[in-house]
Design a protein around this ligand. Structure first.
Ligand SMILES: C[S@@+](CC[C@H](N)C(=O)[O-])C[C@H]1O[C@@H](n2cnc3c(N)ncnc32)[C@H](O)[C@@H]1O
Length: 208
């Protein structure tokens, strides 16, 4: 059933462990290298803004104070930062990133996050080990992936949902349309628009 994602959630003021500082040039450079190497898998000209990252994190944790989090397509780590800040050590956070260099960088920067390097569809059984009813936060660029990659990603997600490993799914897109034909089983119908992002983005969220 679709759920609204717009209610505010208090952000903790305590400093979390790990490095969640503002991103600078040294953080953006590896992003552009990854983009040049594999534009369809990266699927965006810029990382998510802090506004989008915070909104994604709020949608993930609202009403789910203890659930573990799995972030798919962590990229530059800006959404991971927001998740760490908002969770404040109260829950396990795991992240998977297809680009090895970005994954390694994220693991160095945020040691409290369990980072997997690889495609979600190849490692998802390991990721969900020990997590029941996790919240999934996805930045995977469904519109730019080729057909085969998108099908593999969605099949893995569908299996994880069937097995009860996912209790909530949060995804952003750059288009105000359902991100894929089968979305009704995965996504809600009321997206939240985030204008402070380049380009503006819509957040979709559904509980299972
Ligand atoms: C649009 S980028 C956004 C990343 C992050 N939200 C940010 O702002 O930096 C999407 C990311 O998903 C990763 N990705 C794409 N398909 C993936 C998959 N099947 N499994 C894991 N990561 C994937 C890409 O490598 C890329 O870093």
């Amino acid at each position: 059933m679709p759920m609204p994602v717009s209610d505010p959630v208090q952000i903790s003021c305590e400093e979390p462990a790990g490095d969640t500082r503002k991103h600078g040039l040294s953080d953006i450079l590896p992003w552009f290298q990854a983009l040049r190497r594999n534009p369809r898998t990266i699927g965006a000209i810029l990382p998510a803004s802090r506004a989008l990252a915070r909104a994604m994190a709020r949608s993930a944790v609202k009403g789910r104070p203890e659930s573990g989090i799995v972030e798919i397509g962590a990229g530059s780590g800006v959404v991971t930062d927001a998740l760490v800040r908002l969770s404040d050590g109260r829950r396990p956070i795991k992240a998977v990133e297809a680009n090895g260099a970005l994954a390694a960088r994220l693991q160095r920067r945020l040691p409290q996050v369990d980072v997997f390097a690889g495609m979600f569809e190849d490692v998802y059984e390991d990721i969900f080990a020990g997590l029941e009813g996790a919240v999934v936060v996805s930045s995977v660029p469904l519109f730019s992936l080729d057909e085969k990659s998108r099908a593999a990603y969605l099949a893995a997600l569908g299996t994880a949902i069937e097995r009860g490993w996912i209790s909530r799914f949060v995804q952003y897109t750059y288009w105000p349309v359902l991100p894929w034909a089968e979305a009704k089983t995965l996504c809600g119908l009321r997206p939240k628009l985030i204008t402070l992002n380049c380009p503006p983005a819509w957040i979709w969220c559904q509980d299972h």
